[in-house]
Design a protein around this ligand. Sequence first.
Ligand SMILES: [Zn+2]
Ligand SMILES: [Zn+2]
Length: 213
Amino acid sequence: MAVRCLAGMDFDSNVYLLTGEDPILVDAGTGMHHQDILKWLSSIVKKGKVRRIVLTHRHYDHTGGAAALAKELGAEVLMHPLDAPAVREGDPRQTLSYMFGIHSQPVEITELREGQVLTTGESSYEVIHTPGHTSGGISLYDREGKVLLPGDTVFVGGVGRWDLPSGNFEQLACSVKKLLSLAPKGIYPGHGDISQNGASGILEEALKYLGES
Ligand SMILES: [Zn+2]
Ligand SMILES: [Zn+2]
């Protein structure tokens, strides 16, 4: 299977591994479960294999663990330019780390472009800019496998909050429409359940909830 999931523990986001010769880690959790993530990774891939960590957006529950994981794995951290500054600087308000009583560590970031394709050797994932939850939120989409990783844009049975710094309701609705137009099958959100076949129905429900369908 091309996407492996470590379900979020406590406040952590879900952490995904896109498998292949050159695997990609998607999101890093808060850092509170650093050792659990490493243990999980070592059960799937050899040490030193993971060279890229993609962060779906700036929030601490997805990015807090990035600095330590990048150092441990020797990996590069990639994210959208609109969310990169908050994480680079460890901005407590913009990353929401203040909610955890933590000042986030600065992280070195390589910026991703809309439409950029990241290949693991097994599957290819396109970077789709999906603002609304945050201005620089991204989704990853495997067009061939019809597999979508929407970050916190949409969940199984819900949508991301749009009332946090840089959130925007209209943009969120547009982003959900954009994702629906891709006709995905599998969906692997930033929190909660995954669905291997129900993505389009879940996105339609999300649009209904947003009053946009
Ligand atoms: Zn989250
Ligand atoms: Zn979030």
